[in-house]
Structure formats: structure tokens, C-alpha cells
Ligand binder design. Structure first.
Ligand SMILES: Cc1cc2nc3c(=O)[nH]c(=O)nc-3n(C[C@H](O)[C@H](O)[C@H](O)COP(=O)(O)OP(=O)(O)OC[C@H]3O[C@@H](n4cnc5c(N)ncnc54)[C@H](O)[C@@H]3O)c2cc1C
Ligand SMILES: CC(C)=CCC/C(C)=C/CC/C(C)=C/CSC[C@H](N)C(=O)O
Length: 477
């Protein structure tokens, strides 16, 4: 039996988490509920583009895994188009020399990998595939409307103690225990962690596996920019966008139209210099909760809502249109240098994490040089690059733009993930980033929070935190 739906729901943050939450909440609660979506910056959040010479390039979340089924579904439902992200040839630089270089010939590549690392690359692929297989169970659970009240319970339902163990150990410990060699770890695994999460192999094993899955083939992006998914979901959910900054959330008792006193949440926000507020039955917070990022204060909650202190990693994306100084990486003649992505090993003397040629958001494979003065290169670094550093990397360049980010959590296992249920009808999505930060993870958290809010509103406790779901759903077939 269903209760009357809530009158008003607030979502704070219009990134992929907030906009997909609006989409799923509309599916569950129906057309009559009013959904307000608060955004203080741009719709898309960490999905954003930067412009170089009139062309747009992904500056934040850029690649999507072929098995990221929520993102795939959004693109289909919204009538958007995809483009394939082909990485081209990759090399690994250790500060002195290229310790590994891909070949364009599949068979030569295999021989090179086996020559350098034995069968470790294949074993690694199998390790990641096994984790992905278990991870995919979430789609089944969510399609049957099951929800979880904590990130740990969600992960446990997918991969049992193995997944929880991965949260509590570093990737390095996990892979050393599995017998991978120091050489393979430092020359292949560490560079992948640096390009994706700007961190070392001391991140937790789960995010490490997510990061390694980005080495799979078939990665894709949304034509026109990944942020189009957010604006599409916002529109499809028929939510009301409020371009303001939420400052406080307070619990208050209000007398509703039924005449009954009801506990509600007052959301107090600022538009320019004006302060306004609104009352809501349910609130979803879809932005990392810390002072530097969202700066939201919870007032008069009993018990009080804890302060969140998750430290987010500072990363800078720089786009440069220019001609790479390939002699920095290799003694090979300029016209013989065919790498399009250079990753780096964990060397504190290096001032970049990675550098690679990028296509614009409208270009499929094979990016073309904009003029004879070169391609557009994307560089990830810990700090803003100085002009001298850019001049070291490029023989000449004629355009550079930068975007600093508080990009993703600074992972430090054992991870204790923040609660999803902050209060009776107040939910937090971004706690899932403590396991791994990726577009699909935010979409999964959004679907889960929408289901959780719906079942708790209607008292459907049997749909929350069900144990042995995998076995139950298997026998249901
Ligand atoms: C450089 C970079 C590269 C990445 N690459 C990839 C990738 O290739 N693939 C991948 O899957 N993931 C990638 N990610 C991760 C991915 O982008 C994020 O995990 C995802 O976009 C997070 O979405 P979100 O909606 O949860 O948070 P956000 O996108 O951060 O959205 C939160 C929103 O809330 C708003 N907000 C904050 N505080 C308030 C307030 N008080 N009031 C109102 N609004 C507020 C913010 O302005 C923001 O728009 C990358 C991230 C970065 C930074
Ligand atoms: C959630 C699952 C199962 C898979 C996601 C895999 C994936 C696409 C991970 C990438 C995560 C990430 C934070 C990448 C940042 S850098 C991306 C890219 N190399 C770039 O150059 O922008």
C-alpha cells in the first residue's frame, strides 16, 4: 500500500548525481511531486568542458566504461549520441626514459608485454574482470527496486567480504598479496592510478580496480559533452532548477494543509545577495559535504549531523594546443615519435601526472591537428603549470587553458564511508565516492537514494538491506 506522495523534494547539486536522482525520484514518486534542484554553479558540476580555439574539450569526467549501464541508458533515453574514445599509443615515462611503449601491432604489443612482465598483464585483466562481474549485480538489484542504507551494505551485497576488504586495504597491499611484481606495479599500475586519480597505489583496492578498468577497450563519451546528460536528465525529470547556493538545512515543524503538524526541512539558500528559503518533505544532498566544496550547515538536528572532513585531491587539467617536445621523453626523431598518451611513474621530481592528445567533444576517433602547429594536449598535474613548465613540454604552443579541481577523494584506506541516511528523510549521495569516484558511481548512488527515499516514505522495509539478494534473485528466474 502506498502513502500519498510527498509534496516537495529538494536536491542539492546538479551534477550527474543530483540530476540522475531527480530522474529516478520522478520515476518513483510520479508526476505530482514538486522537485527543486539547487545548483550554485553550472549544471554538470564535475562534468564540464573547456574551449580551445572555438572547440570544446572535456575538462572533468571524460571517459565512460562500456559496462556503465546507467550512463548508457541515460544516453539512449535522452536521445543523445556517443563517440568512441580511442587512446592511441601509450608510453610510460619514469623521469629519465620511456620504460614501456605500446606498439600499433596487436601481436607485437602482446610480445612486448610478456617480454617485460610475463603474464601479469593478462592476470591483471582477469582480476579486474572478476570484480566488474560482481559489480554488475547492482543493475539487477536496482531493476528489482532493492535499496541499501549504507555504502558498505551496498558493496557487501555485490562482492561480500572481498569487496569490504578491498575498501580497507591499499591497492598496493592487495596486488602484492596477489603476487604481482614490483616492476609491473610501478611501471604499469602506478601510472594508471596517477592519470585517473592523481594518487599512488596507496588508494583503496576497490577504486584501484575501477581505475584499472579504464584500461579496457570500448571507452566512450557523449557527443557534444558528457554534461549534456545532466541537462537532459534535468529536463526529462521536469524538475525546477534554482540557481542558488544552499547555506543551511534546518529541521522545523510546520502545519501542512491537512492541519497536522509535520516535521519538514527548511532549505535556506542565497541567490546573489538575497537569502530565500523553502520547506521540503525530503532532501537529497548530491555534492561532497565539506567546508571547501559545498559549505552547507545543518541546524537544530537532534541528534546533530556530524561534520564531514573528507579531503578532496587537488588536480589541474591544462589544455595546450602546441607541438610536443618529444625529445623530453625519447631520443627518437620527432617524425618517429608516435605516442599520443604519456603516463608517468610515481616520481616526485615529475611535474605532470600524464599528457595525452585529446579529441574535441564533437570529434570521433583520430583527432586532427587544428593547424600545422599541433594537436590539443590534455595534461593532468598536481599544481598549476608555470609558463616555464609548459615551454619545457612544448617546442611551441599558441594556446593554453587550465581548470583546477577538487577532483575526487584523497583515498586513505581503511575507508569509513559517510552515512547515506543523514536524518529521517535527509539523504547523502556522495558518500559513495569513498569507494570510488566516477560518473557511474554517482548514478548508482542516485538510483539507490531515490529507491531508499521511496521505500522509507512508504514503509517498505522489506525492500531495504535484503541479505543474499544474489541468491534470491537467481532462484526467482
Ligand atoms: C578531472 C576529472 C576527471 C575525471 N574523469 C572521469 C572519467 O573519465 N570518468 C568518470 O567516470 N569519472 C571521472 N571523474 C569523476 C566524475 O567526474 C565525478 O565522480 C562525478 O562527476 C561526480 O558527480 P556528482 O554529481 O556526484 O558531483 P559534482 O559533479 O561535483 O556535482 C555537485 C554539484 O553541486 C553543486 N554544489 C555544491 N555545493 C552547493 C551548494 N551549497 N548549493 C548549491 N549547489 C552546490 C556544485 O556546484 C556541483 O555542480 C573525473 C573527475 C575529475 C575532476
Ligand atoms: C565505475 C566503473 C565500474 C567503471 C568506471 C571506469 C572509469 C571510466 C574510470 C575512470 C575514472 C576517472 C576518475 C578517470 C579520470 S582521467 C580520465 C581520462 N584518462 C582523461 O584523460 O580524462
Amino acid at each position: 500500500e502506498l502513502r500519498a506522495p510527498p509534496d516537495k523534494i529538494a536536491i542539492i547539486g546538479a551534477g550527474i548525481g543530483g540530476t540522475s536522482a531527480a530522474y529516478y525520484l520522478r520515476q518513483k514518486f510520479g508526476k505530482d511531486v514538486k522537485i527543486d534542484l539547487f545548483e550554485r554553479g553550472e549544471v554538470g558540476g564535475r562534468l564540464a568542458t573547456m574551449t580551445v580555439r572555438g572547440q570544446e574539450y572535456e575538462a572533468g569526467g571524460s571517459v565512460i566504461h562500456p559496462l556503465n549501464l546507467h550512463m548508457k541508458r541515460f544516453v539512449k533515453d535522452l536521445g543523445l549520441f556517443t563517440i568512441q574514445s580511442s587512446g592511441g599509443l601509450m608510453g610510460v615515462y619514469n623521469g629519465e626514459t620511456l620504460v614501456f611503449e605500446e606498439s600499433s601491432w596487436f601481436i607485437i604489443n602482446m610480445i612486448k608485454l610478456i617480454w617485460h612482465y610475463g603474464f601479469q598483464s593478462l592476470r591483471m585483466h582477469m582480476w579486474v574482470e572478476d570484480i566488474l562481474d560482481k559489480f554488475m549485480r547492482i543493475y539487477r538489484y536496482q531493476s528489482h527496486d532493492y535499496a541499501f542504507s549504507s555504502v558498505e551494505k551496498l558493496l557487501h551485497s555485490l562482492g561480500g567480504d572481498e569487496f569490504l576488504g578491498m575498501l580497507n586495504r591499499t591497492l598496493l597491499e592487495t596486488l602484492q598479496k596477489a603476487g604481482f611484481s614490483e616492476k609491473f606495479l610501478s611501471e604499469i599500475v602506478a601510472p594508471v592510478m596517477r592519470v585517473n586519480y592523481g594518487q599512488s597505489m596507496n588508494i583503496n583496492g576497490f577504486v584501484g580496480a575501477v581505475s584499472l578498468s579504464s584500461a579496457d577497450s570500448g571507452l566512450w563519451a557523449v557527443e557534444g559533452g558528457n554534461k549534456l546528460v545532466c541537462s537532459g536528465l534535468l529536463q526529462a525529470s521536469k524538475s525546477n532548477l534554482i540557481s542558488g547556493s544552499v547555506m543551511y538545512i534546518e529541521e522545523k515543524t510546520r502545519t501542512k494543509h491537512t492541519g497536522n503538524p509535520t516535521k519538514m526541512y527548511e532549505v535556506i539558500y542565497q541567490i546573489g545577495s538575497e537569502t530565500r528559503s523553502g520547506f521540503y518533505d525530503i532532501v537529497l544532498v548530491a555534492t561532497p559535504l565539506n567546508r571547501k566544496m559545498s559549505n552547507i550547515t545543518f541546524l537544530n538536528f537532534d541528534p546533530p549531523i556530524e561534520e564531514f572532513h573528507q579531503y578532496y585531491q587537488h588536480i589541474v587539467t591544462t589544455l595546450v594546443k602546441g607541438q610536443l617536445n618529444s625529445t623530453l621523453f625519447s631520443s627518437r626523431a620527432l617524425d618517429k615519435f608516435d605516442l599520443s598518451t604519456i603516463l608517468t611513474t610515481d616520481n616526485s621530481n615529475l611535474f605532470i601526472n600524464s599528457i595525452g592528445i585529446v579529441s574535441s567533444v564533437t570529434e570521433s576517433d583520430n583527432p586532427q591537428p587544428l593547424t600545422d602547429r599541433g594537436y590539443v594536449w590534455k595534461i593532468f598535474s598536481q599544481e598549476i603549470l608555470t609558463k616555464e613548465q609548459i615551454l619545457k613540454l612544448f617546442l611551441s604552443y599558441d594556446y593554453a587553458v587550465k581548470q583546477p579541481w577538487l577532483a575526487y577523494p584523497h583515498y586513505k584506506p581503511p575507508e569509513k564511508c559517510p552515512s547515506i541516511i543523514l536524518h529521517d528523510r535527509l539523504y547523502y549521495l556522495n558518500g559513495i565516492e569513498c569507494a570510488a569516484s566516477a560518473m557511474e558511481m554517482s548514478a548508482i548512488a542516485a538510483h539507490n537514494a531515490a529507491l531508499l527515499a521511496y521505500h522509507r516514505w512508504n514503509g517498505h522495509t522489506d525492500m531495504i538491506d535484503q541479505e543474499d539478494l544474489y541468491e534470491k534473485l537467481k532462484t526467482e528466474l
